[in-house]
Design a protein around this ligand. Sequence first.
Ligand code: FCB
Length: 457
Amino acid sequence: MGFTTKDFGPDFKWGVSTAAYQIEGASTLDGKGASIWDVFANTKGKTYQNQHANTSCDFYHHYAQDIALMSIMNIPNFRFSISWSRIMPEGTGKVNYKGIDFYNKVIDFCLQLGIEPWITLYHWDLPYELEKKGGWANREIVNWFSDYVHACITAFGSRVKHWMVLNEPVVFTGAGYFLGIHAPGRKGLNSFLAATHHAALCKAEGGRILRSMRSDLCIGTTFNASYIQPYSMSKQDELAAKRVDALVNKLFVEPLVGLGYPVKDLPLLQRLEQFVKSGDEQRLAFDMDFIGVQNYTREIVAASLYKPLIWATVVKANKRGVETTLMNWEVYPECIYHVLHRFNSYKPKALVVTENGAAYEDVVIGGEVADTKRKQYLEDHISQVARAKKEGINVTGYFVWSFTDNFEWAEGYRPRFGLVHVNFETQQRIVKQSGKWYSKLITETALVHLADAERYA
Ligand code: FCB
């Protein structure tokens, strides 16, 4: 292993990540309203083999077993998201107390077993009723979101310390409002730019609400982060890589840290101005307690005349003959080291790797899943996190995506990301070899620090 259990220190937060729509199922139960993902995935032709997450791994009914399993595996931190339409079926107004009850049970059971709950407020499942009113493209969403954040912090704030406002905003605005390949399936530059500005406002506003309601919270938000490199040394490819980098890595974090939108690197963003009102620039900034960095791969970018908005194209991993995961994402462990350095340049109070993981073709043989490639992927990426940490980067946690196999958005159930295998017919869980390895790593680290503490006591 390229690291030792001591490299991370006793306070390092090891964990696993999930998201409501991907795991919960129970899509119409106990008063839950529809979300844009319920509607999108149940519309023909939108997802791999028309798969949806109406049941998925049914965390709604299996939460106790899953959290108990987490505890047996010694996983001390659990990141999950709240389904907005379970709490507020219409997106605003009436609160659904059965929805609150469900998350109360999840939180209380975590705490009972000594597991720290980490809540993501928004992981892509907007209430469908709000989409009917324009969704993220309607500026009113700042008020809708504020109401929802109030409801969550009021219900859970006394027991949950770690909060994340939005998950990967450029993915849900880009894939959902520009490319149309994710819910709600809208296409076009204007809806994307409007959604971008409103999501950026909500991200900071959400942070402010959390902090104003309670002073004892650790508040963050998460970003997809990719290491972007030019395809060749040519000036054109270098500039193309810079533009994609601005879109993928800078668009949301820079306004948050007070730098405004990266218009210089990507002039197209000037068109955001039509949605900006006076005073917005200050409202976009908020000093988060931590920045969540989510990294899976690197991207190689070439200039392209066929993509008129950005004049750049991503050269896919299968065209480059490199090792890939089932998502056709290149396996390139140093990327996580580079993105940690990159996000550290914004001088955050702390960085947490809130997602990292890999999808592979898993097979169950004799009740076991020998997912050696996933184990290797995790080990190599954790080594690179250790490398960054040794160089002084204040990275304080690492969360594997994901605890169990689940619904991978437009890709359906084909890519399995879990440390725990799920049979979606029987709901049986099997801890994969990678899960056993991760569990052992966490346990050994804890034991080493315990021994140290006793020695100096
Ligand atoms: C991230 C998402 C997460 C999951 C992983 C594979 O972009 O946040 O929900 O789908 O990718």
